[in-house]
Design a protein around this ligand. Structure first.
Ligand code: NDP
Length: 499
């Protein structure tokens, strides 16, 4: 019989983490909590596995990763239903998320050799007697710490690239979605049964902290900015390199020549998908004066039609993390108290564990709803003079993850001026599914990149090799050089570079 608990924060009982649906309390599963010794033992086993995995070479890893991709593709519905059961997200959203994860595994597997493999690099005239070689070698064991909002895509976005690069991975999933994390590890073990190349440790935040201190060779963290700072501090103790994918406060800019129906449709999706619990979710819209009223009307009409509930057919599911509800409520009530107006939803829209879509206008730019990550189905919309003012306001927050621009003539130029790692023109969030493009932020949104060539290089360290292919005409790096030769070197440098 399915156990039902009081919905709320995850509980640990008898050394087991009990994972439950945030709306219904239905139990999704239980997992043994790892203490620091168990975390270290898992990493030690992964280190042995890493040697074996690296020894398979690109072709061996590619074949196995493509088999894992096929398992995910074939069992996509099963995994989507599990993500719905555990995190509460609508099944349709989970399917879209998993589809993207499958594509990233495929791309990372197929492109690792091209990006990271051993290759010759051109020499230069002054060192022409040497050949140069470059390759990106695996770090060893990569610790992946993931959030709950995209429990498949966020771990896979780091893990698939790290694995393709030849590393073993130890995953610490969020305490809100450990069952989905374990499902990923178990299915990988089905296609790679020989060694624990991809394993998981479970528990609350302290297990993530233990992973940072466990001797892993790199940490790939996805989560909030506050935790990213703790992860970086813990990793600094051992100079363990970090990749930090943190929070965001993405803006959409709507210019006067935008297709307003398309802009409103994309804005509703970008702001409200996954109940707004999306790092690259649109939380602010800046709309130029001539099209402001028409855009807002369309936006409110489309957002007002969305359904909210725990069923798998609802457009918007519950807020997964109960503590976030207080943040969402504070942002809405503070915005209204500061002179903002709710043209849809408002303070009453907060009905735990649900929040109905809320659109706020005339909110001062220093309000929390404009400056801090809300992580709920809310959006602020502001009228601006022109695209220049929109860019200035969009860039005036500490975060810089993604963003969106709707328009024609100036759209590319405006997108380039956004202080962010990514931007989508005439769409929202689309860069996350583009496996050829790097994904990551600036400022409080973190640093380092997942996805694309950069995402593969993130999980390999550059190994540079020079090889002598003939005698040096002008020996520089030897005590046997003569004063005449040094004089000639100085003359040549002046001639070549002194103009
Ligand atoms: P958190 O920062 O709360 O948690 C992220 C992960 O870190 C969890 O697994 C958590 O474990 C773990 N953790 C907590 N404390 C520590 C610690 N001291 N040391 C190491 N690990 C720790 O984020 P959320 O899970 O709430 O995720 C939401 C956040 O993630 C949002 O800010 C969102 O913007 C961001 N995000 C960023 C993305 C990006 O690509 N830039 C993508 C998706 C989300 P536990 O859950 O057990 O506490």
């Amino acid at each position: 019989m399915t156990a039902v608990h009081t919905p709320g924060v995850p509980r640990v009982e008898n050394g087991e983490l009990i994972s439950t649906n945030p709306a219904t309390g239905v139990e999704a599963g239980r997992l043994r909590v790892s203490d620091p010794a168990a975390v270290r033992a898992t990493v030690d086993r992964a280190r042995v596995a890493a040697d074996w995995w690296a020894g398979l070479g690109f072709a061996g890893r590619r074949a196995r990763l493509l088999r894992w991709r096929a398992v995910l593709a074939n069992r996509l519905t099963e995994l989507a239903e599990l993500a719905h059961l555990e995190g509460g997200k609508p099944v349709a959203d989970a399917i879209v998320e998993i589809a993207s994860a499958v594509e990233h595994i495929d791309w990372a597997a197929r492109n690792a050799r091209r990006v990271l493999g051993h290759r010759r690099v051109r020499s230069r005239l002054v060192v022409a007697e040497f050949a140069a070689h470059l390759e990106y070698q695996p770090y060893g064991v990569v610790g992946v710490i993931g959030p709950w909002n995209y429990p498949v895509l966020t771990p896979v976005s780091s893990a698939a690239y790290a694995l393709a690069a030849g590393n073993a991975v130890v995953l610490k999933p969020s305490e809100y979605t450990p069952v989905v994390g374990q499902w990923l590890v178990d299915t990988f073990a089905e296609v790679v049964p020989e060694q624990p190349v991809f394993s998981a440790v479970h528990g609350l935040g302290e297990v993530g902290a233990a992973l940072c201190r466990s001797g892993v060779n790199k940490v790939a963290f996805t989560g909030s900015t506050a935790t990213a700072k703790k992860v970086m501090a813990a990793c600094a103790e051992s100079l363990t390199p970090v990749l930090l994918e943190a929070g965001g406060k993405d803006a959409m800019i709507v210019d006067e020549d935008a297709d307003l129906d398309a802009a409103a449709q994309a804005c509703v999706w970008g702001a409200l998908t996954n109940a707004g619990q999306t790092c690259i979710g649109i939380e602010r819209a800046y709309v130029v004066e001539p099209v402001y009223d028409a855009f807002l009307g369309k936006l409110v009409e489309k957002a007002g039609r969305l359904t909210v509930g725990a069923g798998d057919g609802a457009d918007i599911g519950p807020i997964t993390m109960p503590a976030q509800i207080a943040v969402i409520r504070r942002h809405i009530t503070d915005a209204v108290a500061a002179g903002g107006r709710a043209v849809l939803g408002g303070p009453d829209a907060v009905q735990p564990p649900f929040v109905r879509p809320t659109i706020l206008v005339d909110v001062p730019e220093d309000a929390a709803a404009v400056r801090e990550e809300t992580f709920g189905p809310t959006l602020t919309v502001r009228r601006v003079r022109d695209a220049d003012e929109a860019v200035a306001l969009a860039n005036a927050v500490p975060y810089g993850l993604g963003g969106s621009v709707f328009g024609r003539r100036r759209a590319v130029a405006v997108a380039r001026r956004l202080r962010s790692g990514m931007a989508a023109i005439n769409s929202t969030l689309t860069f996350v599914g583009m496996s050829t493009l790097p994904f990551g932020g600036v400022g409080d949104s973190g640093f380092g990149r997942i996805h694309g060539d950069d995402g593969l290089r993130e999980f390999g360290r550059a190994k540079a090799v020079t090889r002598r292919r003939g005698p040096s005409l002008l020996p520089a790096m030897t005590f046997e050089r003569t004063p005449e030769q040094v004089t000639r070197i100085a003359k040549i440098v002046k001639k070549m570079y002194g103009r």
